[in-house]
Design a protein around this ligand. Structure first.
Ligand code: BG6
Length: 484
């Protein structure tokens, strides 16, 4: 099956912070891949803007090096790279001063879609937004793209929203949560709302519980100082895991339009119960060698920041009352794996007798690696010997099922940037969603901070702190294994 690539309208994409890590690793290599697939029209231009005094040719060389490092060798083609680099321009700019702005204005082409990617610290958002207007650069249809961290609590998120709203309308603001750009995350919506099969069972009557796991093998090395001011709750739960929870728990939107989808997600966030302090486990990894533990990486021997968090969450509405959602995420765990598992209840009555223990039906949606879905069902064990039951997986790997188009899945950033150019906000967070997520997160964090709780240590390479196992055990349940 060959995927369809639909070119977008001609655009000028300005990347503020174009020499930074995100631009080098994700944004620019992603744009090259979109170019290679024919999605960038010939007139499209990418304008890098950053503090460094540099000319366009030097910027192009930096981008060439980034492509070399972050694009798979099979997709590197010298001629095509050169053609892509021709579309890149660079303007040295002072975000808080006036240098560079007239030059940037001169780069913009009339009639092009205008997009401004703020790949910079949130403290610069206001200065950039204000100058884009003062210098007459951003038109009324211009779009701005902002990245997390979108605040560190409700008050700072509200401040940021106000700052942006002073210069741009909500329809112009694209808040990226890159989890929403992941193929399987969108597939969640397809699975739920394009099949009759699941939706009738998708409620507390049939679903025993849901597990959402985002496990990473990487530590916080290299970004310890920043991470230590954040922790897993702010870094992952408030945004990525919350978005996954919303997509699993939301009601069917009346159509696949940005606000229809985002209205339903917002209702889920608002329906979240406050979390009981006994339903939270925080952890901090111990190293496997000297200078390799969280405390070494954070550069703070007394840090109480969590690199792991597991929690039980309740969505208080008719659909979900009584079905817990267990969320966990952590660094330096046994394997890199992200999945959502919907664990169904037992059938009301077993006709096969007590000896034939029923095992639960589980629909597992794998986000990474090996995107796909797996459903465990009970069948008769083959052969003579009476009716014995066994559990088998109905396994669908997207790579196997879809062939080439299942393996060549665009990176989340590529898809999201193209959505910005198309003007489609469905996969971006609305301001009220972000604020509602913080309003739920803030008291959880405040509670453990006021108690001065220390996170529980766990070994790097393990599946997290022991107490996290207890969180499910005491409910008569168990976590799914963390494995690649
Ligand atoms: C980022 C977090 O938003 O997501 C990182 O700040 C985390 O700490 C990353 O490692 C995980 O993203 P992915 O796409 O690798 O699962």
């Amino acid at each position: 099956m060959v995927s369809r690539v639909i070119p977008v309208d001609p655009f000028d994409l300005v990347i503020f912070g174009a020499t930074g890590d995100l631009a080098r690793r994700k944004i620019l290599p992603g744009l090259y891949r979109r170019f290679l697939d024919g999605q960038m029209p010939p007139e499209a231009r990418v304008i890098g803007a950053a503090r460094s005094a540099m000319e366009t040719p030097a910027f192009r060389e930096e981008v060439r090096a980034a492509i070399d490092e972050f694009v798979a060798p099979a997709r590197q083609d010298a001629t095509r790279i050169a053609e892509f680099l021709d579309r890149l321009h660079y303007v040295p700019i002072d975000a808080k001063g006036d240098t560079g702005w007239p030059e940037l204005a001169a780069q913009m082409r009339p009639g092009h879609v205008q997009a401004f990617y703020f790949s910079v610290a949130p403290s610069l958002f206001g200065a950039l937004a204000e100058r884009l207007h003062r210098h007459g650069i951003a038109g009324s249809e211009a779009r701005i793209v902002v990245e997390k961290p979108f605040g560190r609590d409700l008050a700072t998120a509200q401040d940021l929203n106000r700052t942006l709203a002073a210069h741009f309308e909500e329809r112009q603001i694209y808040r990226i949560d890159h989890y929403l750009g992941k193929e399987t995350v969108q597939n969640l919506m397809a699975v739920r709302f394009a099949n009759i099969l699941f939706e009738p069972l998708w409620n507390a009557q049939f679903v025993d519980h849901v597990q959402i796991t985002v496990a990473e093998t990487v530590g916080v090395d290299g970004r310890g100082a920043y991470y230590d001011t954040s922790g897993a709750m702010r870094d992952m739960v408030q945004n990525h895991l919350m978005q996954l929870l919303c997509l699993i728990a939301m009601e069917p939107p009346y159509c696949f339009e940005p606000d229809a989808v985002r209205d339903e997600k917002l209702k889920v966030i608002r329906a979240l119960d406050p979390v009981d302090p006994g339903d939270i486990v925080r952890g901090q990894y111990r190293g496997t060698g000297p200078d390799d533990g969280y405390l070494d990486h954070a550069g703070n021997p007394d840090s109480r920041t969590e690199s792991y968090v597991a929690l039980k969450v309740h969505v208080s509405n008719w659909r979900w009352k009584g079905t817990p959602f267990y969320l966990r995420t952590g660094k330096r765990l046994r394997a890199r794996t992200s999945e959502i598992a919907v664990v169904f209840k037992e059938p009301p009555h077993s006709i096969f007798g007590e000896a034939e223990r029923w095992r639960e039906n589980v629909l597992a949606i794998r986000l990474q690696p090996n995107e796909g879905m797996n459903m465990t069902v009970m069948i008769k064990e083959p052969g003579p010997g009476g009716m014995r039951l066994t559990e088998v997986p109905l396994d669908m790997s997207f790579a196997e099922a879809l062939g080439e188009s299942g393996t060549d899945i665009p990176d989340a950033y590529e898809r999201l940037i193209m959505d910005v150019i198309r003007g489609n906000q469905t996969l971006f967070m609305r301001g009220d969603e972000v604020e509602a997520a913080w309003a739920w997160t803030d008291p959880v964090i405040a509670a453990w901070e006021s108690r001065g709780d220390r996170p529980k240590p766990y070994d790097a390479g393990s599946s997290g702190p022991e107490d996290a196992l207890m969180l499910l055990h005491r409910d008569g349940r168990r976590w799914r294994e963390i494995r690649a």
